[in-house]
Design a protein around this ligand. Structure first.
Ligand code: ASP
Length: 335
């Protein structure tokens, strides 16, 4: 197939120089124009996904394997929907029933996937760096759907697209002048890490807020301002991004009790009132209602972007799959 890529005359370098990477392993290392390119590419899919007929067959004949070694609802489903809406054959590897459970090494699994001639592999894994390990062993593009505490790049991209839509920013706008506060378990969160990289690259002021035990040492080096006092962090904030306590990654006691955590770090209506009156509320899911976020904030009409994030997730994943398979499809300018 040789359908030409949409042209964004002058906004990015031409053809594959707009996104010269083989895969999407993280936000680290992406230039601002590369992030904006993916956001712009996703806009056409936001439109398509709102139509009754949601199909574009540009990936017809291609095989995409989703290999999720860790649980997922939103990410797995939206990668599956994204691939299918673009006409690809999408296969979800059932890890629980696979030879991984019999002790097969990650490298052997990677070599097996490679031998099946997949055109893209989407991987989620509990260990930071595991996705890169597989990417180094296969011939096709690899997309990181979350690796340990390291990165979750498509989450950060969908969050940026949600902010662009929620704040009514034009495509030419970067995020300068916007203050985003990310609150919760920063220490264990790949979502926080990818979002910090993405938002600061686009020019936003980023604040991170967590109890001392859940704040990574030296986080200032990521060009963010750390807070332990949530009320202080919220002052003047345009976007509040809440995170789940990642109990599965905690060894030992990080918080005194869920009730005390909610008291100090839960997003309640009173607390939200300390942010700007039009501040947006975000959460990557899954939410623990009544702990990091109250239901009447999570469901706040016009302010809560939580279902919008899910919508943008499908569009972003369609954009990533389309862009990363252009070289293999021989799209003009992507040889
Ligand atoms: N769904 C996100 C992730 O996979 C956030 C979370 O699990 O809390 O990292």
């Amino acid at each position: 197939m040789t359908s030409p890529a949409p042209s964004h005359a002058g906004r990015y370098p031409a053809g594959s120089l707009a996104f010269p990477h083989r895969g999407l392993l993280g936000i680290a290392g992406l230039a601002p124009h590369e992030i904006l390119f993916l956001l712009d590419e996703a806009e056409q899919w936001v439109e398509l996904n709102r139509q009754p007929h949601k199909r574009d067959d540009r990936l017809a004949g291609l095989t995409i394997i989703n290999a999720f070694f860790e649980n997922s609802t939103r990410t797995l489903l939206s990668f599956e929907i994204a691939g299918k809406r673009l006409g690809a054959d999408v296969v979800n590897m059932a890890v629980a029933q696979s030879s991984v459970k019999k002790g097969e090494t990650l490298i052997d699994t990677a070599m097996t996937l490679n031998a099946m001639h997949a055109d893209a592999i989407v991987i989620r894994h509990g260990s930071s760096g595991a996705v890169r390990l597989i990417a180094d062993k296969v011939d096709c593009p690899v997309l990181n759907a979350g690796d340990g505490q390291h990165e979750h790049p498509t989450q950060a991209l969908l969050d940026a697209l949600t902010i662009r839509h929620g704040k009514g920013l034009s495509r030419d706008s970067w995020f300068n002048g916007l203050t985003v506060t990310i609150c919760g378990d920063i220490l264990h969160s790949r979502v926080a890490r990818s979002n910090i990289l993405c938002l600061t690259t686009l020019g936003a002021e980023v604040r991170v807020c967590a109890p001392p035990a859940l704040m990574p040492a030296g986080i200032e080096a990521m060009k963010v301002t750390p807070f332990h006092d949530f009320d202080a962090a919220l002052k003047g904030t345009d976007v509040v991004m809440m995170l789940r306590l990642q109990q599965e990654r905690m060894q030992g006691q990080f918080i005194p009790s869920p009730r005390e955590y909610r008291y100090l770090y839960g997003l309640t209506p009173d607390r939200l009132a300390r942010a700007r009156p039009d501040a947006l509320v975000m959460h990557p899911g899954p939410m623990n209602r009544g702990i990091e976020i109250d239901s009447n904030v999570a469901d706040l009409d016009g302010r809560s972007m939580i279902t919008r994030q899910v919508e943008m997730g499908v569009a972003i994943r369609m954009a990533c799959l389309d862009v990363l398979t252009r070289r293999a499809r021989g799209v003009e300018g992507w040889a």
